[in-house]
Design a binder for this molecule. Structure first.
Ligand SMILES: Nc1ncnc2c1ncn2[C@@H]1O[C@H](COP(=O)(O)OP(=O)(O)OP(=O)(O)O)[C@@H](O)[C@H]1O
Length: 676
């Protein structure tokens, strides 16, 4: 048997190249891979043929003089290239390798594949200047060489393999070409076929997606039109056809109104006896600017409004809770309530900051009921659940004759309904910018302009706003108007999350147990600690849900407290085994001794901007946010174990970040908590 030796510099390349060589030559030659280094004597490597790859010619000194040597080229592995198709077209990609020659060669080869729209920029250690801020990076088994940066993804295409031309040369040199011709041709063609198949599949998938989209748009109950730059229709769905009729005239009238309204993104459009709410979205993507127009039947809007109003009036436009209904024992809440009572006496706008479920609405109602306006209405508007087109007429009402079908005398908006009372603007951070502008005007002038009306109506309302988002960050990202925020944040109150006021947990728990008619009895010390130590990411609402859940079995099972830990940490207890059987939680079920709270806290932290944390920051945030005082080395150990479980990844110099499995686990935890 002929002896073929491949002489290389590093382990990673050796692994892949060795595999490639054995696949092709393994049956007819003895393939050996030698990694040059201090353990290999210079002038000692021999075989019938020694192969050295280009850019590593200096390794020739290890070869015994007189041995036949072939310097072979490497090529990007076509099997790996297909991963580039996953990157969005028109992206900048940093190509990372260890030397300038290798990097430039790789770029040259990748350009041959003509992956649409990817622009490659070289990087290698020591390069003077390179393109920073590339959203994507690719490398060839040299992950460590990737410079720090905010990448959306870093793809490892693994070491490049010996090119097929090189393999043919090796076969020739060894006199094995005839024998191997079939294998070589197949080896050359197969990856290409696989690549082509992949592209075909991708193409079919997109074709399907756009077909599916078209079906969905066709079935939509709103009219959808797409107009080109000259405002000529490119696409009209059946509903829009029905709304506008088949004649040219109606479409022309709509286009004229669109032009007349300039940049105004929505307005009412009347045609014949019908009225439509028009929403316009300009799209500047692609080569041409297009306009997407949505038409919504005003009668339908009215129907939705009616049901929203019904829901509101069922609540009676009245605030149920008073300060005495707020359960607490912590000093933090005591102080907060004291301040809130003082705020209640005044007229200024109050802003309640606090995580979801921490009791913002409860507090807003209590403030209203302790204020001079207690006999007026309390109207709650939730901006997270109110749709854009609905919200304007919903909030400000509409005038008589604003559109055909509008009620005689128009209709009052929620601001007017709250006249002499309080309006609670919940989840205000979700208000669309367009609406924020209008809200600002109302707050400044204390007057509303109903949709389609020309007369301002004075309203006397007190505003309480609330948000569970970081408003400062929203303002910074320009998603929330700064001027509006300052108008609203006059008397700020910060509701601490439940985990920051642990003394409140047990009193609240027994309060809710009573509400669900469960005899709280005496909880063991262990169970009490368990409840207090749980981080309660869903705050009081989650605690109430757990009490309700417990009530389902507590009435029949006197030992119900024993089941509580399993309810709070489903994965670390009995359910963990089930998850494992489902094949997803194999590692989750192996629960090392890690405290589930710390695991959860780390995953939660990594799921927040900036999504990448250094160990120091992680340690600090764990302490500040979750009250978990771990040392840096404990955090290191914990992160290491989470990495072993595939939940996170940690790269030296680039921090720790969530992996898909970690995200999935969080999603499942949260979904389960919602169900509880
Ligand atoms: N201190 C408390 N005492 C009694 N019940 C409370 C307390 N805090 C919250 N709750 C109850 O917890 C639930 C959630 O509270 P609430 O709806 O006020 O939270 P929120 O912060 O407004 O939530 P979101 O931001 O999701 O709207 C409600 O059923 C509320 O009655």
């Amino acid at each position: 048997m002929k002896r073929l030796t491949i002489l290389l510099r590093d382990q990673g390349t050796a692994l892949h190249t060795g595999k490639q060589m054995r696949e092709i030559f393994g049956e007819v030659a003895r393939v050996k891979v030698v990694i040059a280094g201090p353990m290999v004597a210079e002038g000692s490597v021999d075989a019938d043929l020694v192969v050295i790859s280009r850019q590593m010619e200096e390794l020739i000194r290890y070869v015994r003089p007189g041995t036949r040597v072939l310097v072979a080229d490497r090529a990007v592995n076509p099997d790996q290239v297909r991963r580039l198709f996953a990157l969005p077209a028109d992206s900048d990609v940093l190509v990372v390798n260890t030397t300038r020659e290798l990097t430039e060669e790789a770029i040259e080869q990748m350009e041959l594949y003509e992956v649409e729209g990817l622009r490659y920029h070289p990087y290698y250690p020591g390069i003077r200047e390179y393109r920073k801020n590339c959203p994507y990076a690719i490398t060839f088994g040299e992950m460590d060489a990737v410079p720090p940066g905010e990448y959306r993804s870093v793809t490892d295409l693994h070491s490049r393999l010996l090119s097929m031309e090189a393999c043919v040369l090796i076969a020739r040199e060894l006199g094995l070409y005839e024998q191997l011709r079939g294998t070589l041709t197949a080896g050359n063609i197969r990856p290409m076929i696989r690549l082509t198949q992949d592209l075909a599949k991708l193409h079919i998938k997109y074709a399907h997606t756009s077909e599916d989209l078209q079906k969905i748009i066709a079935l939509m109950e709103d009219g959808v039109l797409v107009l080109d730059q000259q405002m000529r229709p490119i696409f009209i769905n059946p509903m829009a056809e029905k709304m506008l009729g088949s004649g040219e005239g109606r479409l022309r009238a709509l286009v004229e109104e669109l032009r007349a309204h300039g940049e105004d993104p929505h307005f009412f459009h009347r045609t014949g006896s019908d009225s439509y709410y028009v929403e316009r979205i300009s799209s500047s993507g692609g080569r041409e600017r297009t306009t997407i127009v949505m038409l919504r039947d005003v009668k339908k809007i009215e129907r939705i409004e009616n049901s929203y109003r019904r829901a509101l009036t069922e609540k009676g436009l009245a605030a149920k809770y008073e300060f005495k209904d707020i359960i607490y024992r912590s000093a933090a809440m005591g102080e907060l309530i004291q301040t809130a009572r003082e705020f209640a006496r005044g007229e200024s706008t109050v802003f309640l900051h606090g995580e979801s479920g921490s009791g913002k609405e409860l507090l807003a109602q209590a403030i209203h009921n302790a204020s001079p306006r207690r006999n007026g209405a309390f109207v709650a508007v939730n901006f997270a659940s109110i749709s854009l087109s609905l919200s304007e007429s919903e909030l400000f009402g509409y005038a008589d004759g604003a559109f055909t079908g509008a009620r005689r005398g128009g209709r009052k908006g929620l601001f007017e309904l709250a006249h002499k009372g309080t309006i609670f603007l919940d989840e205000i951070g979700d208000a669309p910018l367009e609406l924020q502008k209008k809200l600002l005007r109302v707050i400044q002038e204390r007057k509303v302009l109903p949709v389609g009306g020309s007369k301002l109506i004075p309203v006397d309302v007190r505003i309480i706003a609330a948000s569970n988002q970081d408003m400062g960050a929203l303002v910074e990202r320009r998603e929330f108007r700064e001027d509006l925020y300052y108008r609203l944040n006059v008397l700020p109150l910060y509701l601490p999350p439940l985990r920051r006021r642990r003394e409140d947990i047990l009193p609240l728990f027994s309060h809710f147990l009573k509400e669900f008619r469960v005899d709280g009895g005496e909880l063991s010390r262990q169970v009490r600690t368990e409840i207090e130590d749980y981080p309660w990411p869903g705050n009081v609402r989650e605690l109430r849900n757990v009490a309700e859940y417990v009530s389902n079995f507590a009435r029949f099972d006197p030992n119900w407290p024993d089941r509580l830990p399993g309810v709070l940490h489903p994965l670390s207890h009995s359910d963990g085994a089930r998850e494992a059987q489902e094949g997803q939680g194999t590692q989750e079920a192996q629960q090392e001794t890690d405290d589930p709270r710390s695991v959860r806290a780390v995953l939660e932290l990594l799921d927040r901007p900036p999504y990448r944390f250094s160990r120091q920051v992680l340690t600090r945030e764990l302490a500040e946010e979750y009250g978990l005082s771990l040392s840096e080395s404990q955090v290191k150990g914990l992160v290491g174990r989470l990495k072993d479980r595939g939940l996170v990844n940690a790269v030296t110099g680039r921090g720790t970040f969530l992996q898909a499995a970690g995200q999935e686990l969080l999603r499942r935890w949260r979904a389960r908590e919602k169900q509880l």
